[in-house]
Design a protein around this ligand. Structure first.
Ligand SMILES: Cc1cc2nc3c(=O)[nH]c(=O)nc-3n(C[C@H](O)[C@H](O)[C@H](O)COP(=O)(O)OP(=O)(O)OC[C@H]3O[C@@H](n4cnc5c(N)ncnc54)[C@H](O)[C@@H]3O)c2cc1C
Length: 350
């Protein structure tokens, strides 16, 4: 059986990883529109600094996942961030965070959280990067997949869609599959709406070393929802004597600042960060921005509808549109569960 996975984020890679273990004969081709693996688990390197401009850390859901991350996968660069996450409110009042949550692991990798994607990718998987799937055509024997250049990429017996729901809806709209099936699936995906997030990283001369690793806004009334100190993950993340802060803006602030020029954005966020931390950070040496249009889901796709066409049509869906919460560990768990169903349905067809 030939399977095409749309997207090489953690859910798509978990599908491939699990199938590699339980159905190694299956040919899995993962097609990804961007230059690398990981999707929203993303790491950037700039002038000696390494920073995660998407997801910040993950924590295992249960003992099985703990074993997977700390034993099954290579773990020599796995780090549990030692410092806690503190909370803050709209008035910039900082308080000790949730101690129960702070006692749980906050896993990252020394060289960037994106390492997780590289570790989960199975060796047997075929990977096409910088290839955006634009359209899928149902044929008498399965599906043909086309890129946005109009090029035929591959044929498959079954497909797994892993992009955020609005992007999967767009892809389904452009595809030639039975109209009633298409409309049903689009309706099933509709509840999975997403909020945007503008992530801004700023490098400062001078060393700021607070008691916390990060600050989370707990009244959802501050333009910053999350502020992280990158060197709290590992000293080598940032040039010595410097400080790199990553601010994730709240949905409304993200929308308001989405289009502004970089200088204005960095100046605005630097002023907020200085007031919030109460530390004389000064002007940043440089900044970096990433706009995540579909950062975190606010709702969840209808599971019954989305699983209706798995065995009959070979159409599968994975990712955080189906967990309702934007969490790496949930995306991995969801991808693994979808892979189990694919293997079970394929049975003798493999
Ligand atoms: C700013 C931010 C902070 C976050 N913080 C945390 C955190 O601290 N901890 C945590 O656990 N989670 C966090 N999350 C959420 C977490 O990153 C996601 O829930 C998880 O990574 C989702 O994985 P996924 O595979 O479902 O989707 P994605 O990672 O979005 O993967 C989907 C992939 O599909 C690709 N794609 C889309 N359309 C096409 C197409 N047409 N053709 C080919 N490829 C396509 C995309 O490029 C992408 O790589 C955060 C997310 C953001 C944005």
């Amino acid at each position: 059986m030939r399977l095409v996975v749309v997207g090489a984020g953690l859910s798509g890679l978990a599908v491939a990883h699990t199938l590699h273990s339980i159905a190694p004969q299956m040919a899995v081709h993962c097609v990804e529109k961007s230059r690398g693996l990981g999707g929203r688990v993303a790491t950037r390197r700039h002038e000696g600094a390494t920073f995660d401009h998407g997801a910040q850390f993950f924590r295992p859901l249960d003992a099985d996942q703990m074993h997977f991350f700390t034993q099954t996968l290579p773990h020599d660069t796995l780090i549990d961030i030692a410092k806690p996450v503190y909370a803050f409110d709209a008035q910039n009042r900082i308080t000790i965070g949730d101690s129960a949550q702070n006692n749980e692991p906050k896993f990252v990798y020394r060289d960037g959280l994106n390492t997780l994607a590289k570790l989960i990718r199975p060796a047997s998987m075929t990977l096409s990067l910088q290839t955006r799937i634009q359209r899928i055509e149902a044929t008498t024997t399965g599906y043909t997949i086309y890129s946005d250049q109009g090029v035929r990429i591959d044929s498959a017996d079954a497909l797994v869609f892993t992009p955020p729901a609005p992007q999967t809806i767009e892809l389904l709209h452009a595809s030639t599959i039975t109209e009633s099936v298409k409309n049903d699936l689009i309706k099933g995906l509709a509840p999975a709406t997403y909020r945007p997030c503008l992530s801004v990283s700023l490098l400062y001369a001078g060393f700021f070393d607070p008691a916390y690793y990060a600050l989370v806004n707990n009244d959802r009334a501050h333009p910053i929802s999350w502020l992280a100190v990158e060197h709290a993950k590992h000293a080598a993340r940032v040039p010595e004597g410097h400080t790199l802060l990553t601010a994730q803006l709240a949905p409304q602030a993200s929308r308001d600042l989405w289009e502004v020029d970089e200088a204005t954005l960095y100046e605005t966020v630097a002023a907020w960060a200085q007031t919030l931390t109460g530390h004389p950070l000064g002007a940043p040496l440089w900044g970096d921005r990433q706009g995540w249009r579909y950062a975190l889901p606010d709702g969840r796709a209808d599971a019954t509808t989305m699983q209706s066409y798995e065995q009959s049509h070979g159409l599968y869906f994975a990712g955080d549109a189906h967990t309702g919460l934007g969490r790496i560990q949930l995306a991995i768990q969801n991808g693994a569960a979808v892979a189990q169903r694919i293997a079970a349905h394929a049975g003798a067809r493999i």
